[in-house]
Write a protein that binds this ligand. Structure first.
Ligand SMILES: [Zn+2]
Length: 147
């Protein structure tokens, strides 16, 4: 673990003279070692089946808002939750390969929630260096009239 800490120091430009050659190699290969990233893949896959749960108002800073929503989908039916979960798991693998400790706010795409306040709390509990919330909102087809 000490080698990883040294590698982070090298990455920030601190203590470069003190880092050993193996630590420098580690920093070059795994520049996110020691960093914690929380990825929120957004809406969960079964939210649509539990409207009472996801419509419940929860604290969201100075106001309250719905726990979650169902998200959107393409006109051919590709759901936002499926897209964002796929993207989140691919991103997690890339970040882990760079040395980051990565936590998703939900383990799969077959559940309900967690609520927006719980997703934020996960990042806070993990003392995350970065939190990434993924959404894929829609837009009208090019040339289509919008209201
Ligand atoms: Zn969304």
């Amino acid at each position: 673990m000490a080698a990883l800490a040294a590698a982070v120091a090298v990455g920030t430009g601190q203590g470069e003279g003190a880092a050993s050659a193996p630590a420098r190699r580690t920093a070059a290969v795994r520049p996110l070692s020691g960093k914690v990233v929380v990825i929120d893949p957004g809406h969960n896959g079964r939210n649509h089946a539990h409207p009472k749960t996801i419509n419940k108002k929860v604290p969201a800073g100075p106001f309250r808002k719905a726990c979650d929503t169902t998200g959107t989908a393409t006109s051919s039916g590709y759901a936002e939750h499926a897209y964002t979960f796929d993207l989140a798991t691919r991103l997690a693998a890339l970040l882990r390969a760079q040395g980051a400790t990565v936590r998703l706010t939900r383990p799969n795409d077959r559940g309900v929630g967690p609520c927006v306040n719980e997703r934020a709390a996960i990042g806070n509990r993990m003392r995350a260096d970065a939190a990434i919330s993924i959404h894929a909102d829609g837009a009208p087809r090019r040339g289509a009239a919008s209201t």
